[in-house]
Write a protein that binds this ligand. Structure first.
Ligand SMILES: *[C@@H]1O[C@H](CO)[C@@H](O)[C@H](O)[C@H]1NC(C)=O
Length: 207
């Protein structure tokens, strides 16, 4: 291996947004080649899957999703529920959605983020895998490598960032961007995504 490649191997950083942030933290906690990691507006899908009031519901969910695997195998394609209009974006957010789902709809369902390939949910059965994934279980093992958390003061997922920030070991840092909603971190490059801070973080930590 030439020295240029060798040097590049010492400069691997990871960045994840929304659900991807939990995957980035999970990968970093086990793969020590990753030297620094940035979490942007994190949502932990594995935590979300278990966010039900009691154990009976978990057991019922397991039964239902396990059987869904037979259905998917028989059909040859996995079920993915339709979340957003399939033909074209709409300009109305449906009534009755939870606040965070309203926000997702304001992105994926409207002109702003609508794409014909992104109108469906995850495979229905994928929640089964998330039930025992515990993506951030070993987050403290990222230390002594640094973690930068980014959230926004209008980000409905800020409590998730705060909670996971507490679980992370030092060195860790948190930036709260003014006026930023969760979905701003997807596409709002207009003074919302702190590229300068991210660049500074990676420049400093990937030497
Ligand atoms: C959308 O899906 C089609 C069909 O699978 C594929 O050919 C196309 O590349 C996809 N578009 C994007 C932007 O990924």
């Amino acid at each position: 291996m030439n020295s240029k490649n060798k040097n590049a191997r010492e400069k691997i950083g990871a960045i994840g947004i929304c659900g991807g942030a939990a995957f980035a933290l999970s990968a970093t906690s086990m793969d020590t080649r990753i030297k620094a990691v940035v979490s942007v507006a994190i949502i932990d899908m594995s935590q979300l899957a278990r966010q039900v009031p009691d154990k009976d519901l978990i057991q019922n969910m397991k039964k239902k999703l396990s059987l869904q695997r037979w259905v998917d195998a028989e059909k040859g394609t996995p079920e993915c529920k339709v979340n957003y209009p399939e033909d074209k974006p709409t300009d109305e957010i449906p009534d009755g959605l939870q606040p965070l789902w309203q926000e997702f709809f304001a992105f994926y369902g409207l002109e702003r983020g609508w794409h014909k390939n992104a109108t469906h949910s995850l495979t229905t059965a994928s929640n089964l895998v998330f039930l025992n994934a515990e993506l951030i279980r070993y987050i403290d093992e990222i230390s002594p490598r640094p973690v930068l958390f980014i959230t926004g003061d209008k980000d409905l997922t800020m409590p998730i960032t705060n909670d996971i920030f507490e679980k992370a070991a030092e060195p860790k840092e948190k930036i709260v961007v003014e006026w930023a909603q969760h979905i701003d971190f997807y596409d709002n490059t207009n003074n919302i995504i702190p590229f300068d801070k991210i660049k500074e973080f990676f420049t400093k930590n990937l030497k």
